[in-house]
Design a protein around this ligand. Structure first.
Ligand code: ADP
Ligand code: MG
Length: 640
């Protein structure tokens, strides 16, 4: 009964220690309780899923001899007490020590949960929060959807003491020693809210278990206090059952149980591999993006079983570029009686991993053929992640290229394949051209595209950060190299103009113009590495390109911000000799004021930055200059 831990928590009464929830938890609790009206049933799935995880952990610890096992089979019991208005979920799994209780139920440990909270903060008011929360697993805290008070009695396997955790789900919880715990495992007691008493009905409980938890590999029974126990689920692992007996809804529920997502899977793949290594596998591609998809700490969602014994929930069975896949693998060929670390390194796992990756790609390829709309959705959600595979796993590159979809300057919908691009090459076009940038709209408006448009040349518009990397590491596609339109001298003069297009500025440079450009370069100093005449512009006065040997400008920016490239690598300013602004600059150089010429040259460079969607180097200064020139132009106009 006594608490031996010396701590400063306030409000200790009768041996119980009262602690505030971590700030995130309090907020999450509030949201959970107030946002979920539509499907309250899911609280039971979350608690059953925890109970099953606990059984699987103990099963593993017993199987590997870490804990002397009892012979009692694992089971989950749900007990409804109409008198006391309590619903209890009891398991004989691994249980929780005092520290476990505080850690697991008092703080948000899961990085995904934190990312989710940040997203909610960003969303602001209640409306979006409600739709967001409906797509995210909230685990244990979902108890408070139906209960105004929750007690958790738990005894860790192998330990003598039991503990009671208790909370009203508002701002704090308490922990104390307890004699009322199961021999081993956990009893979660929900004191139901007045409007949740229908959950005391055994047939309701039967229905919910059937709908939400049928694939859980631990048997589940339901009982009314003092009554007979009734079987609610056999506890047959879903992945080990014949596919013909499993409904789409059962797959979807199982996916939600293990993925911590609330959506529909976009793709479900269930197969049994036979041959050198045998295993059952079940893979899901989510219907929406997990919140922590781009969180570097995101753990895989691969569960590895060895003959129904869960060995790891973070098995290294998928490469990072498939980290959105939720996977279950069960194999008799993986050794169980070794440490988890060694399991991870076993050659069997390497072979399984390879087979799984191959199968997932194969199924995606099939989906792209059979249901392009659905595939487009998958690509929209996960294309940016799949593209990491283009440079991380060159041997999968061809398969991934076949899946990749692009927005291009001529096909904006984002469903263009490289094969289609190559089939539509213009006469004399020898490369696949691309332009990278922050977002598709800015890229599509780039002056760089003008010369390409006039010749009808399609340009890939690449807006994912990962694009800069694969495109510079890939040799090419179908014998055509990838070439950035902002890099060096793109030679497209051999490609004929399309009908009616005006030839972009002819780079005819007389001696006077050449001198002017040299003076501009001098005036711009270290801000540019060169100033030269452009072949690629039609309507814009100037644009920026990387010098011939330098990386593409987007890549240069990414590398510079990661400290992996000298940020001083300056762009080349290309000017359009046919543009009135540039013509006026040339005139200013021969007839005008020196300071004006230098000032206007600087503005031309600022405009080129702006046209690429970049902020100019010194905004207030640019604003001051622009107002000066605008005032002059307007005054001249008014005077005329
Ligand atoms: P998650 O299951 O995604 O980890 P939950 O909020 O559902 O998140 O549970 C938090 C943690 O509490 C679990 O990871 C587990 O460590 C612990 N836990 C919850 N229920 C039980 C239980 N019945 N037996 C043992 N541990 C449990
Ligand atoms: Mg859980």
């Amino acid at each position: 009964m006594t608490d031996t831990v010396n701590d400063s928590a306030t409000g200790a009464t009768g041996g119980a220690i009262e602690r505030p929830f971590q700030a995130d938890v309090a907020r999450l609790l509030d949201l959970v309780v107030h946002s979920i009206y539509s499907d309250r049933d899911i609280f039971l799935r979350e608690l059953i899923s925890n109970a099953a995880d606990a059984c699987e952990k103990l099963r593993f610890e017993t199987a590997t001899g870490q804990i002397a096992g009892s012979d009692a089979p694992f089971r989950i019991a749900i007990e409804a007490d109409k008198q006391a208005k309590t619903l209890s979920i009891v398991d004989n799994g691994v249980g929780m020590s005092r520290e476990d209780l505080e850690q697991a139920l008092g703080v948000i440990a899961n990085s995904g949960t934190r990312a989710f909270m940040e997203k909610l903060e960003g969303a602001g008011d209640k409306g979006p929060a409600e739709s967001l929360i409906g797509r995210f697993g909230i685990g244990f805290y979902s108890s408070f959807i139906v209960a105004d008070h929750v007690d958790v009695y738990s005894r860790r396997a192998g330990q003598a003491e039991g503990w009671k955790w208790s909370s009203d789900g508002k701002s704090s919880y308490s922990v104390e020693a307890s004699e009322d715990c199961p021999e081993v495992g956990t009893r979660v007691v929900l004191h139901l809210k007045g409007d949740a008493e229908d959950y005391l009905d055994v047939s309701t409980l039967q229905r919910i278990v059937g709908e939400h938890s049928a694939g859980i590999p631990v048997p589940i029974a339901v009982r009314e206090a003092g009554g007979e126990e009734q079987k609610a689920s056999e506890g047959a692992a879903l992945w080990a059952r014949p596919r013909s007996e499993i409904t789409a809804e059962q797959y979807a529920e199982f996916y939600r149980t293990i993925a911590g997502q609330f959506d529909e899977p976009a793709l479900t793949v269930h197969w049994r591999a036979e041959g050198r290594y045998e295993f059952d596998a079940l893979a899901f591609i989510p219907g929406s993006r997990p919140f922590d998809l781009f969180n570097p700490e995101r753990k895989g969602r691969s569960r590895l079983y060895v003959r129904r014994v869960l060995v790891s929930t973070e098995a290294d069975l998928l490469p990072p570029w498939l980290r959105f896949v939720t996977l279950v693998v069960d194999s008799a060929d993986v050794p169980l009686n070794v440490s988890r670390e060694i399991v991870q390194k076993s050659p069997v796992l390497g072979a399984i991993r390879k087979a799984v990756v191959g199968r997932v790609i194969q199924e995606l390829t099939k989906l792209a053929d059979s249901d392009p709309t659905k595939f487009a959705e998958v690509w929209k959600n996960f294309g940016a992640v799949l593209k990491e595979g283009l440079y991380e796993e060159p041997e999968r590159r061809d398969a991934l290229f076949a899946l990749a979809r692009f927005a291009t300057s001529t096909h904006g919908a984002g469903d263009r394949t490289l094969a289609q691009y190559v089939a539509d090459l213009r006469p004399n076009q020898t490369a696949i051209y691309y332009l990278t940038g922050a977002d598709a709209a800015t890229i599509a408006a780039s002056p760089h595209l003008e010369g390409f448009r006039a010749r009808g040349i399609e340009v890939l518009l690449l807006s994912d950060p990962v694009d800069s990397f694969w495109v510079s590491s890939a040799v090419g596609f179908d014998g055509k190299p990838f070439r950035s339109v902002t890099q060096g001298q793109a030679d497209i003069s051999q490609v004929p103009l399309i009908d009616g297009a005006e030839a972009p500025a002819k780079p005819e440079l007389d001696a006077a113009a050449a001198t002017t450009l040299a003076k501009m370069k001098e005036a711009l100093g270290a801000r540019v590495s060169d100033v030269r005449v452009s072949e690629r512009l039609a309507d814009s006065p100037a644009c920026l390109v990387a010098s011939d040997m330098a990386p593409d400008r987007t890549l240069a920016r990414i590398l510079a911000s990661a400290g992996r490239l000298d940020a001083s690598m300056q762009p080349v300013l290309e000017v359009n000799l046919g543009h009135p602004l540039v013509k006026a600059l040339l005139a200013l150089d021969t007839a005008g004021d020196r300071a004006d010429f230098e000032d206007a040259s600087g503005l031309l460079l600022d405009l080129a930055h702006l046209a690429e969607g970049e902020a100019p180097e010194n905004g207030p200064e640019v604003a001051r200059r622009l107002s000066k020139w605008l005032a002059r132009a307007l005054a001249a106009n008014a005077g005329a």
